[in-house]
Design a protein around this ligand. Structure first.
Ligand code: FES
Length: 211
């Protein structure tokens, strides 16, 4: 059987570049595809003075096309400034790979969204975002779509692990439908805090597990 993929896609799938996690990454993004439910995480190390991406890695919970695109865009992003890397499009990444079947476009979009989320995370943590949308329950919910439920390989919103979100005067309270002693509770808490604490008007985040 002939695969509908270019040699380059197959090469990046079989021997992907930049696979893994950067511990203490300067910027970290997790995105999920509404089309297929797969997820990708992108990690960046950025030179604070030059704004150049010095290292980029990814973890893919997606298909061959997603792995190949994440591999190529992390290669493309390294050595670029954040502003330059933001302009990398899924079409460019796909061209660089020698094309993808049209039905696989969303896999490539997912990888690029992961990179953009990691850039945005860096910008938020460094006070580089100037538009100040007030934090609401919807803003928190959309942020939590980037926190993975390791039991399901999907985010904690889509897997209904979050039973309630309250936002009052800069204090965010999130109820998670999991015992605090669960093996993944600490990891989910850490990821959740990271996503919500960086919002500009949030003063306190309380995460409550079921007992
Ligand atoms: Fe989900 Fe490709 S089918 S990322």
């Amino acid at each position: 059987m002939k695969f509908p993929y270019s040699e380059k896609v197959l090469e990046h799938f079989k021997n992907p570049k930049n696979v893994g996690k950067i511990e203490e990454a300067d910027g970290k993004g997790m995105e999920g595809s509404p089309a297929c439910g797969d997820m990708v995480a992108v990690y960046l190390d950025v030179n604070e003075e030059t704004m150049i991406i010095e290292d980029a890695k990814f973890e893919s919970y997606g298909c061959a096309s997603n792995i190949a695109t994440a591999s190529i865009i992390t290669e493309m992003a390294k050595g670029k400034t954040l502003e330059e890397a933001k302009k990398i499009t899924w079409k460019e990444a796909t061209e660089e790979l020698g094309g993808l079947p049209p039905v696989k476009a969303h896999c490539s979009v997912l990888a690029v969204e992961g990179l953009r989320a990691a850039i945005r995370d860096y910008e938020e943590k460094h006070g580089l975002i100037t538009e100040n949308e007030p934090t609401t329950v919807d803003v928190v919910r959309s942020r939590l779509k980037h926190v993975m439920n390791p039991m399901a390989g999907l985010d904690i919103i889509r897997t209904e692990l979050v039973s309630k979100i309250e936002v009052n005067d800069g204090v965010v309270r999130i109820l998670i439908d999991l015992p605090s002693t669960h093996q993944f509770a600490a990891a989910i808490k850490e990821d959740t805090l990271e996503k919500i604490e960086s919002l500009w008007d949030v003063k306190e985040v309380n995460i409550v597990f079921t007992e």
